[in-house]
Write a protein that binds this ligand. Structure first.
Ligand code: ZN
Length: 157
């Protein structure tokens, strides 16, 4: 188990666009394992590679149903709307109200570079949108409606 340092809002790496993963390498496999360890250690529901300082299109998510690894993820379609509090491991202890699609269909590669499709609603749909935004250099704070408020032990992405 290896933990990586989570970059915080204001770190320039969080504002950069990530590059695609072309092939799985031992180094990338270790990165994914470290991302999962780091996400669980921080009690987050999602983590994107730039949050640990790596500009690659890799995301890990676990909303309580087991780990999901998304490499080069893209959203194929989205519909509906949900508005709820959203947090981020790069802005610990804070949350804000964000509107996201309530239903998304996404495509990604797993850690064996096998392509798969995932259909998600509610929190999982929110997490997928949140993490893909990180890969484009965006933080949820750009989408917050109203104020960013303090939370204790909330779900963070
Ligand atoms: Zn985040």
């Amino acid at each position: 188990m290896a933990l990586r340092t989570i970059r915080l809002l204001g770190d320039p790496v969080l504002g950069k666009v990530c590059r695609e993963v072309k092939e799985m390498t031992p180094k990338t496999k270790i990165l994914i394992e470290d991302m999962l360890d780091t996400m669980y250690d921080a009690c987050g529901v999602g983590l994107a590679a730039p949050q640990v300082g790596v500009l690659r299109r890799i995301v890990t998510i676990d909303i309580g149903d087991g780990p999901i690894v998304m490499i080069n993820p893209r959203i194929l379609s989205s519909d509906g709307e949900q508005t709820d509090g959203e947090g981020c491991l790069s802005l610990p202890g804070k949350a804000g109200k964000v509107t996201r699609p309530n239903h998304v269909i996404a495509r990604a590669f797993d850690e064996d570079m096998q392509e798969y499709e995932i259909e998600a609603t509610e929190l999982l749909a929110r997490a997928i949108c949140h993490e893909i935004d990180h890969l484009e250099g965006h933080m949820y704070t750009e989408l917050v409606e109203g104020d960013i408020y303090d939370v204790e032990g909330g779900e963070e992405e």
